[in-house]
Design a protein around this ligand. Structure first.
Ligand code: UTP
Length: 290
């Protein structure tokens, strides 16, 4: 079955980026000239996704506004001859069919995904974590969808992370199948001891799930940090029917982390067709003074 639906959980509290995220959702933090979540939506659309459900909560209304039309602004841009910006602004609302639902309590990523049940129905669906921006030629979500179509199993996007950082991530038990494809048979969220570490491979920001995940999520008790963890539910899938791991190409930026935001800003700005050259000159000047 073709994957055409995506879920973007964006209802977290963003405590690692306070005070910036006190009233501004971290998913709306800017990378050069677009909010982080727009990069994620574009990645999904470039992967063949047509319908996107964004999980929000109180105070995240500006995410809905961003993907809506803005008649007054559009009118003004047309009247002042700013046709290029007008096209850019209008095209955002046409990227996909957008749906929104509120996660009424911040009970974890697993709980956020369970809010997507009626949107998803009986279809496989992609999950793109709202604070993980991945930039690359071949959209990461599309790489996972291809693996789903080929192997018929739920898929996780994986990358090897430094050994001393694994306790902040999930850790996966994987067997290499071919090229960048792995079979995943077990996983643990935020391993507390060395014995719990299964490998340095971790899930980074993307997965393609099958609807059986919802019954599993309903039975998943709170895990690390007292939250209902998506990893704990996926663990059941990995242990019973196995999952496919794709060591995706593309650079991932953690928009839930201050350093990650700075890295995204610098690297995306350097590649920007209008700003890149001037920014590079500026950066070189700064660096030479360090
Ligand atoms: P994180 O755990 O990175 O988000 O979740 P957080 O809770 O905002 O992180 P802190 O407070 O800085 O540590 C990954 C993604 O899941 C969403 C977040 O918005 C983020 O995009 N999420 C997390 C939810 O939608 N609901 C939740 O209850 C938790």
């Amino acid at each position: 079955m073709k994957v055409t639906k995506a879920v973007i959980p964006a209802a977290g509290l963003g405590t690692r980026v306070l005070p910036a995220t006190k009233s501004m959702p971290k998913e709306m933090l800017t990378i050069v000239d677009k909010p982080a979540i727009q990069y994620i939506v574009e990645e999904a659309v470039n992967s063949g996704i047509t319908d996107i459900l964004i999980i929000t909560n109180r105070g995240k209304g500006i995410i809905e506004d961003h993907f809506d039309r803005s008649p007054e602004l559009e009118q003004r841009l047309l009247e002042t001859g700013k046709k290029d910006v007008y096209e850019q602004v209008v095209s955002i609302s046409r990227l996909a069919n957008f749906y929104f639902i509120r996660q009424k309590e911040t009970r974890g990523l697993g709980h956020a995904v369970s809010c997507a049940r009626s949107f998803v129905g009986n279809e496989p669906f992609a999950v793109l974590y709202g604070d993980d921006v991945i930039i690359g030629e071949d959209p990461a979500c599309g790489q996972l969808i291809r693996a789903y179509e080929r192997f018929g199993k739920a898929v996780v996007g994986i990358k090897s992370v430094p050994e001393d950082a694994i306790s902040k991530y999930s850790s996966l038990k994987v067997e290499h199948l071919e090229d960048n494809i792995y079979k995943c048979t077990d996983m643990v969220e935020k391993p507390k001891t060395k014995e719990e570490v299964l490998s340095t491979y971790s899930i980074l920001g993307r997965c393609v799930l099958t609807p059986d995940i919802f019954d599993i999520l309903d039975k998943t008790p709170p895990g690390a940090g007292g939250e209902i963890q998506l990893t704990d539910a996926m663990r059941t899938l990995a242990q019973t029917v196995n999952m496919t791991g794709v060591d995706f190409t593309g650079k991932r930026y953690d928009m839930g982390d201050k350093l990650g935001i700075l890295q995204a800003t610098v690297e995306v700005a350097l590649k920007n067709p209008t700003l890149g050259e001037a920014f590079e000159t500026y950066l070189k000047e700064i660096v030479s003074e360090l």
